[in-house]
Design a protein around this ligand. Structure first.
Ligand SMILES: [Zn+2]
Length: 129
């Protein structure tokens, strides 16, 4: 099934946060996809995130929504290469590759995931130079 969008609903508003659609329910602002999950499947357990299998943050198709932990979401994001990759300049990638620092230290320094540092060093990402 195709993605459902909430684009129209939020047009002209500032109801977006980090790329997610938001809407107001009982005067409380909620993420549209979380709201849809609650309506279709019930409460979201503590500490769980509603994630998109279609990778489309504005999608509210209940069939594209799955529960996972924040960690799953991050791993998922890294796998899909959605996170951080392009935040680093070519210069920074070179610095990372030349650095003797541990991955976690560099991850903090450049505000990216340690996995990305590993991938950069192993040249899984940004192979072109
Ligand atoms: Zn979708």
């Amino acid at each position: 099934m195709n993605c459902f969008f909430v684009e129209d609903y939020i047009k002209g508003t500032k109801s977006r946060s980090a790329g997610y659609a938001k809407l107001k329910r009982n005067y409380i602002t909620v993420y549209a996809h979380r709201h849809v999950w609650t309506v279709c499947f019930g409460d979201i357990p503590n500490g769980m995130e509603v994630m998109h299998t279609c990778d489309n943050k504005l999608c509210v198709n209940p069939e594209h929504l799955v529960l996972g932990t924040r960690k799953d979401n991050t791993i998922d994001a890294v796998k899909k290469g959605r996170m951080a990759n392009q935040k680093l300049s070519d210069e920074q990638v070179k610095e990372i590759r030349n650095s003797k620092e541990m991955g976690v230290v560099l991850a903090k320094k450049y505000k990216v995931s340690p996995q990305l540092i590993t991938n950069l060093r192993n040249r899984h990402c940004r192979k072109h130079f």
